[in-house]
Write a protein that binds this ligand. Structure first.
Ligand code: FAD
Length: 180
């Protein structure tokens, strides 16, 4: 059996590890579009607050999972699924084209929802969402690079992630306004 998993977050990595343990003869290929696998969102605000290390939020490298027999391909994005013919279109440097599967697991996670706020763009250098490892490292790098001149942080949304980030920005020495 050839099992293909799309997405190297908690769901994709957990599934692949458990499946491979139970079915060592089967081939497991996992495609992750970013550079990171096994990112843990939960402790991330405390990593941004400098209370945890990078290794506390990245629970393994692609190589760690390759050693467990999972064929992890980072920088590979699945752009199309043909369910009838059981094939995927993959865009990556190693695999770039159509590959087949016997069973498919879609573990692509979720995106942050940003309502229709005038002027918002994903490319503003000091405006962030937080739902992926890449966002976490972008926020952390921005804080590290600009710390002396930063004064105020605004957090939009007072759910648990908003509250944890408000706490994290306070620990970074910023004045925080939380808007709900
Ligand atoms: C700040 C924060 C704090 C949190 N705290 C808690 C908590 O305390 N308790 C709790 O239970 N949960 C918490 N969560 C939620 C938890 O982190 C998520 O539920 C979990 O990470 C979801 O894992 P996932 O594998 O489903 O998705 P994701 O982690 O989103 O992983 C999906 C992966 O799929 C990849 N991908 C997407 N599309 C493609 C494609 N077409 N091709 C290839 N790859 C693709 C993405 O790059 C991503 O790496 C928190 C989340 C955040 C952001």
């Amino acid at each position: 059996m050839k099992i293909v998993v799309i997405g190297g977050g908690a769901a994709g990595m957990m599934f692949s590890t458990q499946y491979k343990k139970a079915n060592p003869e089967d081939e497991v290929i996992l495609f992750e579009k970013s550079s990171y696998v096994a990112w843990a969102g939960c402790p991330t605000p405390y990593f941004i607050a400098d209370e945890l290390k990078k290794s506390d939020v990245l629970h393994g490298t692609p190589e760690d999972f390759i050693k467990r027999g999972i064929n992890v391909k980072i920088h590979h994005e699945v752009t199309k699924i043909d369910f009838e013919n059981k094939t995927l279109t993959v865009k990556g440097n190693e695999i770039n084209g159509i590959i087949s599967y016997d069973k498919l697991v879609i573990a692509v996670g979720a995106k942050s929802f940003v309502p229709n706020i005038a002027g918002y763009s994903q490319n503003l250098e000091n405006v962030f969402t937080l739902s992926h490892a890449e966002h976490a490292f972008k926020i952390k790098d921005f804080l590290n690079e600009n710390k002396p001149k930063l004064k105020n942080a605004v957090v939009v949304g007072a759910g648990f992630i908003g509250l944890e980030m408000a706490e994290s920005f306070r620990k970074n020495g910023l004045n925080v306004t939380l808007i709900e």
